[in-house]
Design a protein around this ligand. Structure first.
Ligand SMILES: [Zn+2]
Ligand SMILES: [Zn+2]
Length: 269
């Protein structure tokens, strides 16, 4: 498979997962991973169902317990997936200064006061082109603000929008603004495979955007299943690795203490 590391995984420390971290570690070892990053939701929008759920002290204690149990077989990274980091810079800074996280994913789940993941409200108020356009305009602002290590699921809105007629090039200008900011900040682009199991058969993002990122000088790719249950680990990995190779990448990126390091894409897991 080429990448023995899944850098986007949730457990019960996220409001939308019931997975036990030790079960996920066992599954990771069983499917041949040597490295895993737990990236729990940090939802700072007060109206988000996950608001206030994340307990960083308890999370770190569980990470350390799993490192003790599985550390000889699995490298366990402590991470967070922060929603809308550009809107909560003080809260994010305080969190990241308080705990030794290995990586921080920045993600867009809300546009303005509306969540994009709970159809139909956001989509009822906008024709599809505007739903996508507003999302990518906000994404560009998020990326320009920086302050995180990996951009999560760049075009995840395609998973939720009721209109399936999504053509990425229609939003090229805003997406390129986002990608340019990633390149300038040295932020990695994630290939998120959670969208592959839906009707779309596309990762987020898929080939066109990954190619733009590469052409614009982007050098860091991560691979994330966004698993919320152990059995979803590494789902869609063949697609993701093939995509990375097709777009000219020979390496993938991992993190230690928020410092990136590159590893070669290899044959076999
Ligand atoms: Zn997300
Ligand atoms: Zn996630």
């Amino acid at each position: 498979m080429g990448v023995p590391c899944d850098l986007h995984v949730h457990t019960r420390f996220s409001a939308d997962s019931r997975a036990e971290m030790c079960d996920v570690c066992r599954q990771a070892i069983a499917c041949g991973l040597t490295e895993i990053a737990f990236t729990e939701h940090v939802d700072l929008m007060p109206a988000d169902a996950g608001y206030g759920h994340f307990r960083p002290g308890a999370f770190m204690a569980e990470v350390n317990r799993c490192r003790t149990c599985f550390g000889d077989q699995l490298r366990i990274l402590a991470g967070v997936e922060v929603g809308e980091p550009h809107r909560f810079p003080a809260e994010v800074k305080a969190l990241l200064e308080s705990y030794p996280f290995d990586l921080v994913i920045g993600s867009l789940h809300w546009v303005g006061e509306e969540p994009i993941f709970l159809p139909p409200a956001y989509y009822d108020r906008r024709p599809p082109a505007q739903a996508f356009g507003d999302y990518f305009a906000e994404l560009a602002v998020l990326c320009q603000a920086g302050g995180f290590d990996v951009l999560g699921h760049l075009d995840v809105i395609k998973r939720y929008c009721p209109d399936p007629a999504y053509e990425v090039w229609q939003y090229e200008q805003a997406i390129r603004l986002a990608l340019q900011a990633l390149v300038e900040h040295g932020i990695a682009l994630e290939i998120n495979t959670s969208t592959l199991c839906r009707l779309l058969a596309q990762s987020s993002p898929d080939e066109t955007v990954v190619r733009w990122y590469r052409e614009m000088g982007g050098e860091r790719l991560t691979f994330g299943s966004d698993a919320h249950a152990p059995e979803r680990l590494t789902a869609g990995w063949e697609h993701a690795v093939r995509l990375a190779r097709q777009t000219g990448f020979s390496h993938w990126t991992s993190f230690r203490g928020r410092s990136p390091h590159d590893l070669p894409l290899e044959n076999g897991l």
